[in-house]
Ligand binder design. Structure first.
Ligand code: ATP
Ligand code: MG
Length: 173
């Protein structure tokens, strides 16, 4: 199983990201646009690993409070354009905790430095990102998920295998 840990995004934030994608399309940028349901922030990439339950058990150890998040510009690495994220410190802390729990449980993950982003398009046919207007949206992150990544006929299919919610243990579902 190809696994990763991610923050899902609110409908409003996804709509804002689709708006940006629409602006890029309007500027004549062609490429592999991320489908709405696939928009996410990766906290940790595990990759091939057989025991999803062990990962969920490890993630249950993460304690965090809800935090705010907004969009912040665009950037690129290689053949990938992304939307940046403005977060009030909570996101970095969450990624660090997720990674700490995985490490403690001996679950392998990519240890590259966390660089929060939301992939909007892969392999764009232009070199320079056109001017876009980033909608001013905010959301509160109340949880994160373990995701399964599979290659479908028409692109990647991500399936949520479990979710961990913010707040104290006794308040959790
Ligand atoms: P594809 O690789 O076919 O373009 P994808 O990148 O959407 O599709 P995955 O490769 O399964 O699907 O990646 C799932 C998530 O994990 C994505 O957010 C991706 O950017 C991230 N990711 C993938 N590989 C790594 C890695 N080595 N280190 C950090 N994050 C990664
Ligand atoms: Mg990939």
């Amino acid at each position: 199983m190809r696994l990763f840990v991610a923050v899902d995004l609110s409908g409003e934030v996804k709509a804002a990201l689709e708006d940006i994608q629409g602006q890029l399309k309007g500027s004549g940028v062609h490429g592999r646009y991320t489908a709405r349901e696939n928009l996410h922030i990766t906290l940790a990439f595990i990759g091939e690993y057989g025991d999803a339950q062990a990962v969920l058990d490890a993630l249950e150890g993460v304690r965090f409070e809800p935090f705010g998040l907004g969009l912040d510009g665009m950037g690129s690495f290689g053949g990938l354009w992304w939307a940046g994220i403005r977060a009030d410190g909570g996101l970095k802390g969450l990624a660090a905790q997720v990674r700490r729990q995985l490490a403690m449980a001996n679950i392998p993950f990519d240890r590259k430095k966390f660089s929060p982003h939301i992939t909007l398009i892969r392999d764009p046919d232009k070199q320079v990102i056109p001017q876009v207007k980033i909608p001013d949206v905010k959301m509160t992150v109340e949880g994160f998920s373990l995701m399964l990544s599979e290659r479908g006929k028409r692109g990647m299919i991500y399936t949520e295998l479990g979710t961990v919610s913010a707040g104290k243990e006794e308040e959790r579902i």
